[in-house]
Design a protein around this ligand. Structure first.
Ligand SMILES: [Zn+2]
Length: 80
């Protein structure tokens, strides 16, 4: 469970990356997820752009927020 083990355990979601995450990458697959479903990846400063672009290139709505700052939903058409 995220948050239960302290900040030291929060690492980037990029495969192979062991950097401490600094960002939440909030996203949703509109084909299978309802509008109020939010998936969250964690990203370090180096990979936040990579992960955002990975999702955006698949036409998934994605919103990047500072680590720990969640969003209630990811609106359609948001790729910033
Ligand atoms: Zn990373």
């Amino acid at each position: 469970m995220i948050g239960a083990q302290g900040p030291a355990s929060i690492t980037c979601s990029r495969a192979g990356c062991t950097e401490t995450a600094e960002w939440n990458v909030n996203w949703r697959n509109p084909r299978i997820h309802p509008a109020d479903r939010v998936k969250v990846w964690l990203a370090c400063g180096e990979h936040v752009g990579y992960l955002r672009d990975y999702l955006a290139s698949r036409d998934f709505p994605v919103v990047v927020t500072p680590l720990g700052e969640s969003v209630a939903r990811v609106p359609d058409g948001v790729t910033s």
